[in-house]
Design a protein around this ligand. Structure first.
Ligand code: CAO
Length: 397
């Protein structure tokens, strides 16, 4: 969005890079002002054509010459003004007036210098609504609802722009809509894996002599099991290629298993790619997972980290959910979703009740090129490796 400057001068410092998240109330830029400025005088005028355009007027001041940080505030009250001065408003308020079809110069501003605040706009709309509803002529404005802060009255909607992350997700998932998904879900017994994992972590802790060590989670084993199954079912690692001229589809078979790992991060969903899993040991997968996770949490993944995936793994179970219906992304034909691991009572071979740890594995495959039987067989391979993790040793390269 455009943010008009309150001062005429030369920008000396940008506090943020393009794409960074700016914090409300903190400086965006430092401006070297060419003359003294007076903050008591209006810094901008609005064009009177009802449009949103603004120009920065000349300002003279009691503030001293030097670097000033441009900050926009909407929280000081000093009486009610209307008209040209009332047109002072932050971009957020201007955006709101646009959404609610309000001419800002009609609004009583209760902020500093008659600055129009969000509450002023809501009050104006509320008043206009009640005035118009008593009139016999309904207009577009009369359908506008009262303040969204109210619990009563008709439903209201306010428009919120998508974040960069949501915009990206919107594009990616819209492309996924063209893929016919085949869902295959099964219950996997992770009791042995759980036992193996805690045994390995104990010995890693012992070997580290009380220092920090990279604790193995369940994922490195599951990632390795996926990769081993791809040797047997390479179609799951392929990509559908459609010739733009002839519209003829082909499959691009890929040699490397580059497994995208869905991660929940402060910025939203990110899917960094673990490269060449087939060539990695479980230990190396664990280290790489930690590295990618740390970068993802710090918002430091590069475009290279996020591209080139051939298949995806989404472990939503550490947050919750027994079942998941994962969505395949462009340039891939399958994805595995993992639900929450849980302990249940079960029967052993002799009919005794035993404690079991289980977890649901849900696969989606592109049904244009992967048939259900292939998906089921590949999923069985993964299930067998996860249920008997020592069997993976035989296939390690
Ligand atoms: N069920 C129950 N507990 C689980 C679990 C599951 N499926 N997966 C992990 N856990 C546990 C781990 O065992 C660990 O606990 P302990 O250390 O006590 O054993 C704890 O949760 C934290 O694990 P973790 O998250 O640090 O490690 P991970 O390797 O299992 O997972 C990662 C890493 C990045 C995949 C995960 O943190 C994450 O972000 N998951 C969300 C993915 C997501 O958002 N998917 C949706 C995509 S579509 O919108």
């Amino acid at each position: 969005m455009e943010i008009p400057s309150r001062f005429t001068g030369v920008i000396k410092k940008l506090h943020y890079e393009t794409g960074e998240m700016a914090i409300v109330g903190k400086p965006l830029i430092d401006i070297d002002v060419q003359e003294d400025v007076n903050i008591d005088e209006p810094a901008f005028e609005t064009a009177q054509d009802g449009h949103d355009s603004q120009k920065v007027s000349d300002v003279s001041t009691s503030l001293s010459k030097g670097h000033k940080s441009s900050q926009l505030s909407e929280n000081e009250n000093s009486g009610v003004k209307k008209g040209k001065l009332a047109a002072l408003a932050t971009p957020a308020v201007r955006h709101l007036t646009k959404e609610l079809d309000v001419n800002i110069t009609d609004v009583d501003g209760t902020g500093r210098d008659g600055r129009v605040l969000k509450d002023d706009v809501y009050k104006f709309v509320e008043m206009r609504g009640s005035n118009l509803s008593s009139s016999s002529e309904p207009t577009k404005s009369s359908q506008l609802s009262p303040s969204p802060l109210s619990d009563e009255g008709p439903q209201t909607e306010s428009i919120v722009q998508l974040t960069n992350m949501q915009s990206q997700m919107f594009k990616t998932m819209s492309r996924s809509l063209s893929i016919p998904h085949f869902l295959y879900a099964d219950e996997v017994d992770i009791s042995s894996l759980s036992e193996l994992r805690s045994r390995l972590n104990k010995s890693l802790a012992k070997a580290s002599n009380g220092k920090d060590f990279n604790k193995l989670s369940f994922l490195p084993f599951i990632i390795k099991a996926m990769s081993l199954s791809l040797h047997q079912y390479p179609i799951l690692n392929a990509r559908v290629d459609i010739d733009p001229d002839t519209s003829k589809p082909t499959l691009a078979m890929r040699t490397q298993h580059n497994i995208g790992i869905a991660m929940d991060t402060p910025q939203g969903l990110l899917v960094p790619v673990m490269r060449n899993v087939a060539a990695r040991s479980i230990d190396s997968i664990g280290l790489e997972l930690s590295r990618l996770q740390a970068l993802a949490m710090a918002g430091k993944l590069t475009t290279a980290d996020l591209s080139g995936g051939t298949i995806t793994l989404s472990n939503i179970g550490n947050i919750g959910g027994t079942y998941v219906s994962p969505v395949i992304v462009d340039k891939e034909v399958s994805i595995l979703g993992i639900g929450k691991m849980r302990t249940i009572p079960a029967f052993d071979d002799d009919g005794n009740i035993v404690k079991k740890q289980i977890c649901n594995f849900s696969w989606s495959a592109d049904h244009r090129v992967v048939d259900g039987a292939t998906m089921a067989r590949a999923a069985e391979v993964v299930r067998n490796f996860v249920e008997a993790p020592d069997s993976m040793m035989v296939h390690m390269r």
